[in-house]
Design a protein around this ligand. Structure first.
Ligand code: ATP
Ligand code: LTN
Length: 336
């Protein structure tokens, strides 16, 4: 990947068998669009996935399914490097060095760890879950990216990454580019169809609220038609008073590109059934080809693995270069 384009890195966990509409509209569409302007690295973070217990066969399947969905939805392996984190040893290696310049208190302030351990308590959480953000910093800094597109929930991890990069640079000499978070717009946020005040999430209480890319068409249509709305019968965008209708308008607009104002005008006086019907059509038209292409990619695992090996080769080339500079700066002698 030799070009004057700035580098970009982002990551996603292989933690489910299907991406949902929130992942697709909130992250993936944007990643696909950024490929032309950046030298993009997209990493499937399996090392992060095992910070919580995983069934090995399931992790293996979900890693391939995640890769296939990203490719099917427009990540082009000729433009970008799509790769699996464990295929690039430098992630774990740099994470160790960064662990050694991170303060216990600093790591302890990360809110994701606090959130994720709220139920079980931090005693039963793994040390890996505690150091998760430091591994994430390593993912990022290896690729010298200018831009890191993430959701709002990742802002604090990006701040830690910038702090660690700045600290390393001032202690050992300029090594890392200081990355900028590219936080996606609030309008790219998709809410749960059954509980439209909460974001659509794979850990949703009720699977009916979650539209999966890999759901059958009839299931998708049914979920959208049974989305929770309200009783005043008016089709207008108002996140607070009308979260259900606003979410449906938001989903339509995010896919079709039609403005919310135009949708409001077109549906003035129409029933909720008409809006749901059209949203279902728009969603199905967007995800059906992705699902079909994903199935196709998954039917040839050897070819899929070859694409991932190709991505890992590109990623390794960049990552090894950064790691070698880091090892040298901290005072490790070169291996012969
Ligand atoms: P969980 O469902 O367990 O909260 P997740 O669905 O957020 O996880 P991640 O792997 O953490 O999945 O996120 C992948 C990407 O999808 C991130 O960039 C995240 O910001 C984005 N994303 C996740 N849910 C939504 C949503 N409802 N709307 C928009 N973007 C989302
Ligand atoms: N923590 C992120 C996933 C992630 C990531 C990264 C994102 C791991 N490494 C590097 C951006 C850059 C999440 O949960 N969405």
């Amino acid at each position: 990947m030799t070009s004057a384009k700035p580098n970009l890195l982002s990551g996603m966990q292989p933690s489910a068998g299907s991406l949902h509409l929130g992942n697709y509209l909130g992250a993936l569409v944007n990643w696909a669009n950024m490929q032309d302007d950046f030298n993009a690295y997209y990493c499937i973070v399996d090392l992060h996935a095992i910070t919580v217990p995983q069934e090995p066969a399931e992790l293996r399947a979900n890693t391939r399914r995640t890769a296939a969905q990203y490719l099917a939805a427009g990540i082009d392996h000729n433009k970008s490097a799509l790769f699996v984190q464990s295929h690039v040893p430098a992630h774990a290696q740099l994470a160790w060095v960064l662990n050694c310049i991170t303060g216990m208190g600093e790591a302890g302030r990360m809110t994701q760890f606090k959130d994720k351990t709220q139920k079980g308590g931090s005693e039963s959480a793994s040390v890996g879950l505690f150091t998760y953000p430091i591994l994430q910093a390593a993912d990022i800094l290896l690729y010298q990216p200018k831009a890191v597109p993430v959701g709002e929930d990742q802002r604090q991890h990006l701040e830690l990454t910038r702090d660690l990069a700045t600290r390393f640079n001032s202690r050992f000499g300029d090594t890392f580019v200081i990355p900028e978070a590219v936080i996606l717009k609030e309008t790219a946020k998709i809410y749960d169809l059954q509980n439209p005040e909460a974001k659509m999430s794979k850990s949703a209480a009720d699977p009916k609220g979650l539209v999966n890319i890999m759901d059958d068409t009839s299931v998708v249509v049914k979920k959208i038609k049974s989305a929770v709305t309200d009783t005043d019968g008016e089709i207008r965008f108002d996140r607070d008073a009308k979260p259900g209708i606003s979410n449906l308008l938001g989903i339509h607009s995010a896919i079709s590109g039609e403005s919310i104002a135009s949708l409001e005008a077109r549906f003035a006086g129409a029933g909720y059934g008409a809006l749901k019907g059209e949203v279902a059509d728009v969603v199905v038209a967007a995800i059906e080809p992705i699902r079909n292409r994903t199935e196709e990619l998954l039917s040839d695992v050897a070819e899929l693995d070859r694409l991932l090996a190709d991505g890992a080769a590109k990623a390794n080339a960049q990552a090894e270069q950064t790691l070698a500079a880091v090892y040298d700066r901290v005072g490790f002698i070169a291996a012969r």
